[in-house]
Design a protein around this ligand. Structure first.
Ligand code: ADP
Ligand code: MG
Length: 317
């Protein structure tokens, strides 16, 4: 594009809250044939809320059949039958060492339910899988199936409960205490209002729309369905360090991918993508790695970015 056209494009972008880092990006955006959205914080608000707490007894049977989080009073506190309140207290205390949105929701949910949340004695992040903490000299795990399996704890008694919650698009997490599976907690997020509209507009343009997430397959597919992304185009359970490999794999099929993300985890993927697009309220690391920043946190602005690129290039013909 001519310098004048580039300047017009950059200005129109800025007026629409779409910040292009350079003229070459304005030219590149129109060639994008695949848009890969991160799930949490990009397609969804990223504001998790605790929705469910389920306690299990020694036989791995749910203490109640779940649903709402009405704690049962906490009168039963033996090792083999933790109440929902005990499960939530343990999970929230263990998560106090974490800044993860999933953790913040568990802690806030516990506090709202009148539970006193203290700090764990010891805490360790297991990226992409959960956390491991020491609470009152006992080990507490909160996280996904692999986290428990890696510690020799069988998550399968919770499978039915996990699948029910995941099919609702929730992120369900297992809670283990002193080597036993004791419960499940779940957080839910809401899909951004314009996410579906953005996906449809991109698909109408002939762009393949994909989703990438560290979250589990079932939750990811439930969210994909809500926004109109083909379940085949979902890449779930992708570890933070593997997101950029996933983008490279897509691009090795001669595709020109735009990655749209907000997290620290997304930064390497934003950097390797043909066009990296950061959500403005996202982390600084993501914004620095990206080529475009969407100041309004609106997924539909991805469509605008591509249209501005079209218009800029048309001016030079
Ligand atoms: P995302 O891509 O959605 O940000 P992450 O890679 O951070 O996902 O986490 C992947 C999965 O690991 C989560 O869906 C959850 O099951 C588990 N996990 C990560 N952090 C935590 C945590 N602090 N507490 C419980 N589970 C966690
Ligand atoms: Mg995210």
């Amino acid at each position: 594009a001519t310098p004048a056209a580039t300047m017009v494009g950059t200005t129109i972008g800025a007026q629409n809250g779409v910040l292009f880092k350079g003229g070459d990006i304005l030219e590149r955006a129109r060639n994008v044939d695949t848009v890969v959205f991160d799930k949490t914080g990009t397609l969804t608000e990223g504001e998790m809320e605790l929705t469910d707490v389920v306690g299990f007894n020694a036989d791995g049977q749910p203490v109640t059949d779940g649903g709402d989080t009405a704690a049962d009073g906490g009168q039963v506190t033996t090792r083999d039958r933790l109440s929902e309140e005990d499960v939530l207290r343990l999970a929230a205390t263990a998560e106090s060492g974490s800044e993860h949105p999933l953790a913040r929701a568990i802690i806030e949910g516990a506090e709202e339910r009148g539970i006193d949340v203290t700090d764990p004695d010891d805490f360790e992040n297991v990226p992409g899988h959960g956390i491991r903490a020491t609470v009152s000299e006992s080990e507490v795990l909160v996280g996904n199936r692999k986290l428990l399996r890696d510690s020799g704890i069988d998550p399968s008694p919770a499978e039915e409960t996990m699948e029910r919650l995941e099919n609702e698009g929730k992120t369900a997490m297992l809670v283990a205490y002193e080597g036993d599976l004791v419960g499940v907690v779940a957080d839910a997020d809401t899909v951004k209002e314009s996410a579906t509209e953005a996906v449809i507009a991109l698909q109408e343009r002939g762009v393949d729309v994909m989703m990438i997430t560290g979250d589990n397959e079932r939750t990811a597919r439930a969210v994909a369905e809500q926004v109109g992304i083909d379940p085949e185009n979902v890449r779930a359970e992708v570890l933070p360090e593997d997101k950029s490999d996933a983008i490279e794999a897509i691009q090795s099929e001669a595709r020109q991918a735009m990655m749209v993300g907000d997290g620290v985890n997304d930064a390497p993927a934003l950097a390797v993508a043909h066009v990296g697009c950061a959500i403005g309220s996202g982390t600084d690391v993501a914004i620095e790695a990206a080529d475009v920043t969407l100041m309004r946190d609106d997924p539909y602005d991805v469509v605008k970015a591509i249209r501005i690129s079209d218009a800029t290039l048309e001016k030079i013909k």
